[in-house]
Write a protein that binds this ligand. Sequence first.
Ligand SMILES: NC(=O)c1ccc[n+]([C@@H]2O[C@H](COP(=O)([O-])OP(=O)(O)OC[C@H]3O[C@@H](n4cnc5c(N)ncnc54)[C@H](O)[C@@H]3O)[C@@H](O)[C@H]2O)c1
Length: 279
Amino acid sequence: MMTADKSTTAGANGRLTGRVAIVTGGGAGIGYAIAARLAAEGARVVIAERDDQYGKSAAAALGVEFSKTDVRHRESIDEAISFTLSRFGQLDILVNNAGVTRFLDFLDITEGDWDLIQAVNARGVFFFMQAAARVMAENGQGGAIINIASIAGKGYGSTSSAAYAASKAAVIALTRIGAVQLASDGIRVNAICPGITVTHNLLGDESGNGTDVAPVSKAWSGAETDEGRARFRALVQTIPLGRPSRPEDMGSLAAFLASDESASITGQSLNVDGGLVFD
Ligand SMILES: NC(=O)c1ccc[n+]([C@@H]2O[C@H](COP(=O)([O-])OP(=O)(O)OC[C@H]3O[C@@H](n4cnc5c(N)ncnc54)[C@H](O)[C@@H]3O)[C@@H](O)[C@H]2O)c1
């Protein structure tokens, strides 16, 4: 299941040699591809992942470390940071990728839906940023934080739910305010906004017709039903480049944003969506 294909490692050039990275939710989907790319570029990587099976198999496939982590809990975040420091002695890159959603109509969202989605996608992102920034500020070398937001946070209407869109708008706001308030510590903060992204590890094919889509894609596309699959195919038709984004598309941008090649870029939320959204 968790094998790095050629496109995962394409362009690897050691830009991140000597750096240490944490990738939250790196056991599957986009996070897995980002962990693979950072490792291929020379970083030592810790996958901070809630799911034991995903975390262990991803770490084994990529030759990286796994720290069982639930980003909803502050103490779990602290444990992931401590694990990383005890293993590698430094932390230079944080990729806040862990995220959840549910496919819900505006009128049906409950307090439970809202709280779960904000707890992972917004609260977890903030407290992981804070914990990592403390370490980066203290070491005097600064660092790079990359948050995985979504075009949903910029108002893309065909998303899974209003609760998800709100959580991703929060991530974009945290990226901007973090960039300003952490700049004096040498910390750059940027976000990647994926569009319709088909996670490579579980999906049968790129058209969105696969039956075993990874959780986030499954939730927002409603891919577990015929109606959901038809909706997904129709959405793919609206992408100007004519195909869904791939997790590897996020991996290459994450590696760039983590590297010194983006030394002058901070506070930006960059769309990787085949041309769906322009702001
Ligand atoms: N797939 C898409 O089309 C799409 C589009 C826009 C944005 N995104 C964002 O990209 C990120 C990754 O999405 P994906 O499609 O790869 O999702 P995915 O569901 O395939 O993977 C998410 C990973 O995060 C982990 N995770 C979930 N909750 C966690 C928690 N509380 N603590 C630690 N780990 C946790 C899961 O176990 C899983 O390994 C998410 O933030 C998502 O919102 C995805």
